[in-house]
Design a protein around this ligand. Sequence first.
Ligand SMILES: O=C[C@H](O)[C@H](O)COP(=O)(O)O
Ligand SMILES: C=C(OP(=O)(O)O)C(=O)O
Length: 382
Amino acid sequence: MNDNRIQDVRILEARTLLSPEAMSEAYPTTEKAAEMVIRGRSEIQRILRREDDRFLVIVGPCSIHEPKSALEYAGRLAELREKYKDRMCIVMRVYFEKPRTTVGWRGLIVDPGLDGTSDIPRGLRMARELLVQVNELGLPVGSEMLDPIVPQYTSDLVSWASIGARTTESQTHREMASGLSMPVGFKNATDGDVQIAVNAIVSSRQSHSFIGINREGTSCIMQTLGNPDSHLILRGGRHGTNYDRVSVASAIELLKKAGIRPSIMVDCSHGNSQKMPENQIGVLLETIRLRTDADNPLLPLSGCMIESYLQTGSQPITADPEDLKYGLSITDPCLGWDMTASALAEAYKLLGEKHRSALETPVDASGSPVPVPRHSDRAVKP
Ligand SMILES: O=C[C@H](O)[C@H](O)COP(=O)(O)O
Ligand SMILES: C=C(OP(=O)(O)O)C(=O)O
């Protein structure tokens, strides 16, 4: 019997939700979308394992807040995926869950009305419908997994997942990653700490047991196999960037020390762009230069993430969502479409060449490497 003097004291309401199975039956995947997911996961896995030497690019809006502009973006991106497929594997960033530094809009799944009404059933339906459509356009999807229950509702449509800077150290997220069906990237912490992400990779590669829900929505004990494709994402931090040669080399050492074969993605946004969207272009190109450096290529650099949308910048959420500008982010500032397309064209070109890195490691009189200063020592918002 529920004794409400001692139980659920701070729970206002608990509404039942369709089970993952019922939701999938109502909003099913299609054979075409499922094939895209299988292909996307396999391409990404092969790149991370260095069995495919193409460069992985996860690009798309910081967050999805309405499907129309997201689909317009997906249509354009699908053309570039096809055009550049011999040197790059382009995956669309389709993020429905937003972790917040304090409080703020939590993403389309939690709040599809953008008004705090938290119509989660509608958010899940919208997410599933959009994910099917994006996959059907021929684009694999990458998404952040934040709530540990949500993957049961969406993960059949996702080819790559990330665990964010604010949750990489969480036991729950490491356990969840160990059971996810796709490769999972762990971000370094907002303060720049990379070791917590290395620890997360070690943990997520192991088998875990935890309490979760099954497809029917019944709570159960999930026992996982461990995720062999968990990897590191360098996203900079509040003290500066971490995509320069010295930072990448130090991350590679940390991974090796932990017994992990290094595979690293660079997030061109967040701490690495200092939240100035145009800075992402320089990060992308420098990452490729380091990877293709003629003398000392940093081959573990597997790819980049870019926050990009139809328009450059961001806008605050308006009282009436109808007043929002079309194709403009309501969370972090994004690179607009034209700049994204030209950055990808430039990246494609660079991937076909061997380079001297713009950030070559300087040597001292004896020929020993001396540390390169970080791009920015300026404190930045994480
Ligand atoms: O990418 C998104 C944001 O950086 C993250 O959700 C944190 O956002 P906030 O600091 O605006 O809350
Ligand atoms: C929240 C995000 O990033 P981070 O966890 O690196 O802040 C994001 O990519 O949306």
